[in-house]
Write a protein that binds this ligand. Structure first.
Ligand SMILES: C[S@@+](CC[C@H](N)C(=O)[O-])C[C@H]1O[C@@H](n2cnc3c(N)ncnc32)[C@H](O)[C@@H]1O
Length: 356
């Protein structure tokens, strides 16, 4: 390209940017079109990109997404193009959501996560659509208040935000290989800086409990199906029928944030697969699933410390459920998961009914 042409194109880009900045979108678009009509890929997509920006400002969200997708696809390493595409997807999602087109909105938000797996607002927007009621920590707090556990076991402590919900005289055991405690504990607490598998091999839980009943456990450690299944098997051995085991991240939001291997900022992993596994092979359990933001809670009770079903079938169950896809989750979410409304009255009623 002749230097004079490059010069002309960059001056045109500056003019278009100034027109966009002062809100003269019509003239900005006309200038873009005058170049694009001659060469669609003019200046490596810079003009098409600006046409996308103008279309977005004109609130033609779907068209903007189409244009910016084209630009981003032709320039996959251009961060600015990808950012603007994500921005357009989020705006298109909000617009669809406001108009009640919820499936369309979900698709836009999920595409935003595909473009930027570390996007913070896209998973939040999905959670906002698919979850309801109190935040999971509030529900867990309510469970503590109601159950008044003599002993509480937590796998996956992190900053301590869930552990801090326990109140005296509850005795607490926390397990996390890399805790980053930021909040004070209010109870007598023993923290084990090891992985949960090692804890159950190396530690003698009954002697730690010292005669107290394990009335409540929260499993929120490594977010893979087989690890959560192992955690469940290990915890159940020390439970009585009325113990409550609470599982976090039971309701995933999309394929990327529920991938088995972490490839995103927000990550539920494939914990959810434990639920169809328990439903199929442990019909003796009572399973209550609550759409608590941001990613759902499962409460399991009517536990049987002597049951060997899961331990003996572990390899077979991992094989059977590990390969399930997010699309399969969506198929069963509303039909088989039988979600309980996220308000304490409904949850309490379900727990009491489950206990019989
Ligand atoms: C999502 S965070 C827990 C958040 C916490 N429960 C809360 O609600 O505030 C998950 C934690 O699990 C821990 N973790 C990862 N693998 C683990 C394992 N094998 N056993 C126990 N904890 C594990 C991580 O170190 C991380 O701190």
């Amino acid at each position: 390209m002749e230097p004079s042409t490059v010069d002309l194109l960059s001056r045109l880009i500056k003019t278009i940017d100034s027109l966009i900045a002062i809100g003269d979108l019509q003239q900005a678009e006309e200038l873009c079109n005058s170049i694009l009509v001659k060469d669609e890929n003019a200046a490596a997509g810079e003009f098409l990109y600006r046409k996308g920006l103008i279309t977005l400002k004109n609130e033609q969200y779907h068209d903007a997404v189409v244009l910016l997708t084209h630009v981003a696809k032709s320039n996959p390493t251009n961060i600015k193009f990808n950012q603007e595409l994500t921005n357009a997807l989020m705006k298109a999602g909000q617009h669809s959501q406001e108009n009640g087109s919820l499936d369309e909105a979900r698709n836009y938000y999920r595409c935003a996560i595909m473009i930027n797996p570390y996007h913070e607002q896209a998973p939040e927007a999905l959670a906002d659509m698919d979850m309801s009621g109190e935040y999971y920590l509030q529900v867990l707090s309510q469970i503590h208040e109601w159950q008044k556990p003599a002993a509480y076991l937590e796998i996956g402590v992190s900053r301590g935000e869930s552990m801090t919900l326990a109140k005296p005289p509850t005795f607490c055991i926390g397990i996390d290989p890399t805790p980053l405690i930021k909040v004070p504990f209010h109870t007598e607490t023993e923290l084990f800086k090891i992985e949960s598998d090692s804890f159950f091999v190396d530690q003698d839980l009954p002697s730690l409990l010292n005669g107290r009943d394990l009335d409540l456990a929260f499993i929120d450690g490594m977010h893979t199906f087989e690890q959560v299944l192992r955690d469940f098997i290990n915890v159940e051995k020390y439970c009585h029928p009325e113990t409550l085991i609470v599982l976090h991240d039971c309701l995933p939001l999309d394929a990327i944030t529920s991938a088995r291997n972490r490839i995103s900022g927000w990550w539920t992993g494939d914990v959810w697969k434990v639920l169809p596994c328990l439903m199929k092979y442990r019909p003796d359990l009572a399973i209550i699933i609550i759409p608590a933001p941001p990613s759902g809670l499962g409460i399991i009770t009517r536990l049987d410390a002597k049951s060997k079903v899961l331990e003996e079938g572990y390899t077979k169950f991992v094989e059977e459920f590990q390969g399930l896809t997010f699309a399969e989750f969506e198929d069963i979410r509303d039909s088989s998961f039988n979600l309980v409304a996220n308000n304490w009255e409904a949850i309490e009623k379900q727990i009491i009914t489950a206990r019989g």
